[in-house]
Write a protein that binds this ligand. Structure first.
Ligand code: C2O
Ligand code: CU
Length: 597
C-alpha cells in the first residue's frame, strides 16, 4: 500500500485509520438465512396434524450473530396463508420496514411469494428470538436469536463451557387457526393450550409424549449458559431444574446483576440467560415448567399441564429411575408471591462496560389503563358476555387493525389507516383495582389510534392494571424498536405523589417486555430515539387479539442518521390498497372512528 503525504507522520496515521476501519467492518458481519415457511406434519398428544413451520422444524432455526451484525432473512412462503415475521427485541435502528407486525409495519407475505428482512443488530447482546407476527401463527413459527459479544469482548461473567437454548412453546390440539378465527368472530373466549413444549417436546407428564422427551446431556463440573425463551402464546411460566441452582445473568438481550435462585418466572416474549453448573450427583433431573396464572381461577380456566425435559449427566453409572422432579422449588400455579419475589430482584448490571442511561427528565408522561372489557355487538348478536364481544384495551381504546399498514400510511402521508390521537389518560378515573366495579366501566371503544412522539422525547408511561370484569391479571407489555427501563411497580392504584419517590433510577432492568402486575401498576421510561412506527402491546396473544395494542410513531430527528430509512424496493402488497389511492385523503374506514355506545 502506498500512501503519499508531505508530512512524515501522515502515512502511518492514515494507515492506522484504514486498518481500524477495516477491523470495524470485519467486526460487523453480514449473514444470510433462507426461511421456508410450510406445513409440516407433527404428532403430539396422540394426534397427528399439520402445523406451519420454518424449514420443517419446531421450534425453528436459531439465528446466531455477534453484537452489531446484520442478518438478511429471505422468507419463502410455501404455506396456504399469509405470514409476517418479527425479530423480537431487535431494535432495528431506522428500519421498521423489517420489524414485521402485520398491519403495523407491513402486510403479509402471501402464499407463493417471498420477502427478505434486513435485521439490524445494534446494542443487543445475549438472547432474543424471532416469531411470526400475524394472527396466532407464532404458536409454531418461532426460534431463538443468540447474540455473542463482539470480537475481542467477553461476557461480564466467567466464560461458560457451553450454551444451551431452551425454547418453551404452547401446544394446541385441533386446528388452532380455525379455532381462533371462530372465537374472534363470535366474541367468545380464545383457545387455551393443551401442553407446554420444551424444545419441541411436551415431556414425560403428557400423553403419548414420553418416547420423545427432550434430553440435555451435561458433563459433571461444567458451567452452561442456558438461553431460555418464553415463546408461549398466553401463559407466564415458572421454570426450575431439580436440585440445581440457576444464576440469572441476562434478560431481553442485555445483562442483569446475577440472581441466584431455584426457579424463575418468565413472561411470554421475555428471554433469560441463566448459568447452570452441573455439580450434582450423576443422574437425571427434570427440567420443568408450568403456568403461573395470575387470573382469578373462576373467571377463566388455564392449561394445568407440566412441560418437561431431562437433564442427564454423561458418564458410566446406573441410572436411577425416575428422574428427580423439582417438587420443592417449582412454584405452584397461583403463587403470586413467588412470581413477585423473583421479578422484584431484577436489576440492570449498570457497570462501566454496561452502563444505564435512565431518562431523568421526562418530556412526555402517559398514564394508561390496561384493561379487559366488552365491545358492543349490534343486536346482542355475539354469544358471550351479555351479547357483546370480549375486548381488551389501553386507555379504553381497543385497537382495530387497519387494512393498510400504519408505516406505509405514515411514510406516504396517506390518511384513513390510523388517527394520531391515542389518549395520554383514560377517559375516566375510578377505583381501577376495586372489587366490584360498576358495569359502566365495562365498555371499550374501538379505534386505530397511535401516539406520535418527537425524536429523542423522553417518555414515562405508568400502566395501571384494572379489575374490570373481575379480569385483573398480569399483562406483559412489549414495546418494539426500543428497550425501556422498569423504574417502578406496585400494588393497587398508582399514587402520583408518593409512588414516584420509590422509583429506581440507578439500576432498573432494561427490557422489551415486562409485566403490569395483577391489580397493580408499572412505570417505565425510555428515550424515543428510533424513528419509525413501533407496535406495543400485551404479549398475551389473547389480549393482543382483543385489542390491547397501539403504536408509537417516532418522528425524524432532522438529519439523515436520525431519520427513517426509505422502504426496500418491494414490500409485500396490502389487500385493498385501492381504497388508499393518493387522491383519497379522507378516512375511508368507519371503524377508525370512535364508536361510542
Ligand atoms: Cu414478540 Cu409484537 O412481539
Ligand atoms: Cu394482557
Amino acid at each position: 500500500m502506498v500512501l503519499i503525504s508531505s508530512h512524515k507522520t501522515w502515512p502511518f496515521l492514515s494507515w492506522a485509520i484504514l486498518v481500524a476501519q477495516l477491523l470495524c467492518m470485519a467486526r460487523a458481519d453480514v449473514h444470510f438465512y433462507d426461511f421456508i415457511l410450510k406445513e409440516t406434519s407433527v404428532t403430539k398428544l396422540c394426534e397427528t396434524k399439520s402445523i406451519m413451520t420454518v424449514n420443517d422444524s419446531f421450534p425453528g432455526p436459531t439465528i446466531e450473530v455477534q453484537k452489531g451484525d446484520t442478518v438478511f432473512v429471505n422468507v419463502h412462503n410455501h404455506g396456504d396463508y399469509g405470514v409476517t415475521l418479527h425479530w423480537h427485541g431487535v431494535k432495528q435502528p431506522r428500519n421498521p420496514w423489517s420489524d414485521g407486525p402485520e398491519f403495523i409495519t407491513q402486510c403479509v407475505i402471501g402464499p407463493g411469494t417471498n420477502f427478505t428482512y434486513e435485521v439490524i443488530f445494534s446494542d443487543e447482546e445475549g438472547t432474543l428470538w424471532w416469531h411470526a407476527h400475524s394472527d396466532w401463527t407464532r404458536a409454531t413459527i418461532h426460534g431463538a436469536i443468540v447474540i455473542s459479544p463482539e470480537l475481542g469482548k467477553s461476557y461480564p461473567f466467567p466464560e461458560p463451557d457451553d450454551d444451551k437454548v431452551i425454547m418453551i412453546a404452547a401446544w394446541y390440539t385441533g386446528d388452532l387457526k380455525e379455532l381462533v378465527d371462530e372465537a374472534m368472530k363470535d366474541g367468545t373466549d380464545l383457545p387455551h393450550s393443551d401442553g407446554y413444549a420444551i424444545n419441541g417436546e411436551l415431556g414425560d407428564f403428557c400423553t403419548c409424549s414420553q418416547e420423545t422427551t427432550h434430553h440435555w446431556y451435561v458433563d459433571y463440573g461444567k458451567t452452561y449458559l442456558l438461553r431460555i425463551v418464553n415463546a408461549v402464546m398466553n401463559a407466564e411460566l415458572f421454570f426450575a431444574i431439580a436440585d440445581h441452582n440457576l444464576t440469572v445473568v441476562g434478560m431481553d438481550g442485555g445483562y442483569v446483576k446475577p440472581i441466584v435462585t431455584t426457579y424463575i418466572m418468565i413472561s411470554p416474549g421475555q428471554t433469560m440467560d441463566v448459568l447452570l453448573t452441573a455439580n450434582q450427583p450423576l443422574g437425571r433431573y427434570y427440567i420443568a415448567t408450568r403456568q403461573y396464572s395470575s387470573e382469578d381461577a373462576e373467571v377463566t380456566g388455564f392449561d394445568h399441564s407440566i412441560g418437561s425435559a431431562i437433564l442427564q449427566y454423561r458418564g458410566n453409572y446406573s441410572l436411577p429411575s425416575p428422574p428427580v422432579f423439582p417438587n420443592a422449588t417449582l412454584p405452584l400455579y397461583l403463587d403470586f408471591g413467588a412470581a413477585l419475589r423473583f421479578t422484584n430482584q431484577l436489576r440492570s448490571l449498570a457497570s462501566e462496560d454496561h452502563p444505564v442511561d435512565v431518562p431523568g427528565d421526562v418530556s412526555t408522561k402517559m398514564f394508561i389503563t390496561v384493561s379487559m372489557g366488552e365491545i358492543y355487538c349490534p343486536n346482542s348478536s355475539c354469544t358471550s358476555v351479555s351479547g357483546n364481544k370480549l375486548g381488551s384495551s389501553l386507555n379504553n381504546v381497543s385497537w382495530v387493525n387497519p387494512s393498510l399498514d400504519v408505516l406505509s400510511a405514515y411514510y406516504r402521508n396517506l390518511s384513513g389507516s390510523y388517527t394520531a390521537d391515542f389518549p395520554d389518560w383514560p377517559p375516566s378515573m375510578y377505583n381501577f383495582t376495586g372489587d366490584d366495579l360498576p358495569d359502566s366501566v365495562d365498555m371499550t371503544y374501538q379505534g386505530t389510534k397511535v401516539k406520535v412522539l418527537n425524536y429523542n422525547e423522553t417518555v414515562e408511561i405508568v400502566f395501571q392494571g384494572t379489575n374490570v370484569l373481575k379480569g385483573s391479571m398480569n399483562h406483559p407489555m412489549h414495546l418494539h424498536g426500543h428497550n425501556f427501563y422498569v423504574v417502578g411497580t406496585g400494588h393497587g392504584n398508582f399514587d402520583s405523589k408518593m409512588d414516584p419517590r420509590t422509583y429506581n433510577l440507578v439500576d432498573p432492568p432494561h427490557v422489551n417486555t415486562f409485566g403490569v402486575p395483577k391489580n397493580g401498576w408499572l412505570a417505565v421510561r425510555f428515550t424515543a430515539n428510533n424513528p419509525g412506527v413501533w407496535f406495543w402491546h400485551c404479549h398475551l396473544d389473547r389480549h393482543m387479539s382483543w385489542g390491547m395494542d397501539t403504536a408509537f410513531i417516532v418522528k425524524d430527528g432532522g438529519t439523515l442518521e436520525t431519520s427513517l430509512r426509505p422502504p426496500p424496493a418491494h414490500m409485500p402488497p396490502c389487500m385493498d390498497m385501492g381504497s388508499y389511492d393518493i387522491s383519497m385523503q379522507t378516512s375511508s374506514i368507519d371503524h377508525v372512528e370512535m364508536q361510542q355506545l
